[in-house]
Design a binder for this molecule. Structure first.
Ligand SMILES: [Zn+2]
Length: 241
């Protein structure tokens, strides 16, 4: 059985260009989720950089201002989702069909809103999954490229639900104390069972924590084990039968 690999990079920090260079080096596809501004203060790439990035990768939307949708009014949520899409499309000169919920915070209302605004799918921050999920507007992930403690996975498992689909992921997460061992073991699990391995990250964190070498090494490992054509953008994954 063959694994499918996809990668999400959130928030549009200029360090995304470095992540893109590494993905490109290893022939891996990815989707970059971009807000127009980041209300949390981090810089976001401008039109020229986004157009450059868009030549090699899928660009998805991440609201206008990186607002968490769950607890804002319907009107504000609509503005965030629709304005973010339009501004990004204007910069790129083409349509954008992928969306990612900032902070992974959303409600059923927001799923419907994202669909009504013309997006084809939406990614969440639900982790420990080895599939594309059952709902187009709730695409889960497998693991974040971040040195979490094992306890963070246990907490997230309990809070997020969908336990049956995530129990293998939790078991693997708890088996490994070292976060990179955990990452490799999860990818190996996807390869052994023909599952989806969905890696996600923030380039700004990779930069701050000095993890570029580890990321390069992990991409090399993934690339060597994947079959031809098994690396997809989030959009391509969402369209798999
Ligand atoms: Zn974000």
């Amino acid at each position: 059985m063959n694994a499918v690999f996809t990668c999400s990079v959130d928030d549009g920090h200029p360090a995304d260009l470095k992540t893109a260079t590494l993905l490109d080096k290893h022939g891996l596809a990815a989707t970059f989720y971009i807000p127009i501004n980041n209300r949390e203060g981090s810089p976001v790439m401008g039109a020229k950089q986004l157009r450059q990035l868009g030549k090699g990768f899928e660009i998805g939307s991440h609201t206008r201002d990186h607002r968490y949708l769950k607890n804002i009014s319907a009107r504000d949520a609509y503005d965030q989702v629709m304005d973010g899409k339009k501004a990004l499309e204007d910069m790129l000169g083409h349509g954008v069909s992928g969306f990612c919920y900032p902070g992974g915070k959303f409600s059923r209302r927001d799923e419907k809103l994202v669909e009504a605004c013309g997006f084809g799918y939406a990614r969440t921050t639900a982790n420990l999954c080895f599939s594309k999920g059952k709902a187009a507007y709730r695409m889960p992930t497998t693991v974040q490229f971040f040195p979490h403690e094992a306890s963070a996975y246990l907490r997230g498992y309990v809070e997020t639900g969908g336990w049956h689909a995530r129990q293998d992921g939790l078991r693997i997460a708890l088996q490994h104390q070292d976060w990179t061992d955990r990452l490799f073991a999860m990818f190996d699990h996807a390869c052994e069972h023909g599952g989806v391995f969905h890696l996600w990250m923030h380039s700004e964190e990779i930069d701050e924590l000095g993890l570029w070498k580890q990321l390069d090494g992990f991409f090399a490992y993934v690339s060597a084990r994947l079959e031809d054509g098994a690396s997809l953008t989030n959009l391509q994954l969402s369209q798999l039968g």
